[in-house]
Write a protein that binds this ligand. Structure first.
Ligand SMILES: N[C@@H](CCC(=O)N[C@@H](CS)C(=O)NCC(=O)O)C(=O)O
Length: 233
């Protein structure tokens, strides 16, 4: 097995991409050894034949797979003897529901709290300029305006986590006693904030069961996700 993951990187080796995190967690879940190639935004086009547009991208031997969920499907198909990421076809469909929920509810709200912190932690001025231009065009707003008033959005953010909270207050993981790919997606979203934003500390109340759940995920695989540069340092 020779697995290489191209992983977005900021300064001080900060690995902030939520979609890269879900794949790293999926690889760890399967117990597959892998190396990462820290990649800046402006270096994405230099990977492989130059046709890749987003991270994560995985090289598995001679095969290239891009897109986090395509990578998860590839890993499940190519390494069926390892721990399952989905727990069967029904689980694969439920994972799609969780993917949509993570995208809309978690990424949608977290972006409006941490986007400027991501910018500030990028590797160099060129990456920052690219990030600002592309995101401001997408959002039709200055990064500073995107995150303005973020304090007022913490309450609604916490409230929106109630479905997740109800599930993980009485069982360790979305997968039950052991995690599955949906847990990787949720932690990936929070790693986005944790890797670049001092505001990450403010996202959840100290006694929130979601916080305890995230701590359990950070503990997995000998503290694999916890060991990355983060806030608090
Ligand atoms: N659907 C893709 C989305 C990945 C994605 O959007 N990655 C972002 C960073 S988290 C990226 O690489 N963007 C490149 C760019 O903006 O130039 C996946 O899940 O892999």
């Amino acid at each position: 097995v020779s697995l290489t993951l191209y992983d977005l990187v900021g300064r001080d080796d900060r690995r902030f991409s939520p979609t890269c995190w879900r794949v790293k967690l999926a690889l760890a879940h399967k117990g597959l050894p892998f190396t990462t190639v820290p990649t800046r935004f402006l270096d994405i086009r230099k990977i492989g034949d130059g046709g890749f547009k987003t991270m994560p991208t995985l090289r598995d031997g001679e095969r290239w797979v891009t897109d986090s969920d395509a990578i998860a499907d590839h890993l499940e198909a190519a390494y069926p003897d390892r721990s399952s990421l989905f727990g069967g076809p029904g689980g694969r469909t439920l994972a799609e529901f969780v993917r949509q929920w993570v995208q809309v509810v978690l990424h949608g709200q977290l972006a409006r709290m941490v986007l400027l912190d991501i910018h500030d932690h990028l590797a160099n001025a060129a990456d920052q300029a690219y990030f600002r231009k592309s995101r401001e065009a997408q959002l039709e707003s200055r990064l500073e305006e995107v995150v303005a008033g973020r304090d007022e959005r913490v309450g609604p953010f916490r409230a929106s986590l109630e479905p997740l909270r109800q599930v993980v207050r009485s069982r360790p993981f979305l997968g039950g006693d052991a995690p599955l790919y949906p847990d990787c997606m949720v932690l990936g979203a929070f790693q986005w904030a944790r890797s670049v934003s001092p505001f990450a500390q403010r996202l959840l109340a100290a006694d929130d069961p979601v916080r305890a759940y995230l701590e359990r995920l950070l503990d997995l695989h000998d503290g694999f996700a916890r060991s990355t540069p983060a806030y608090p340092p």
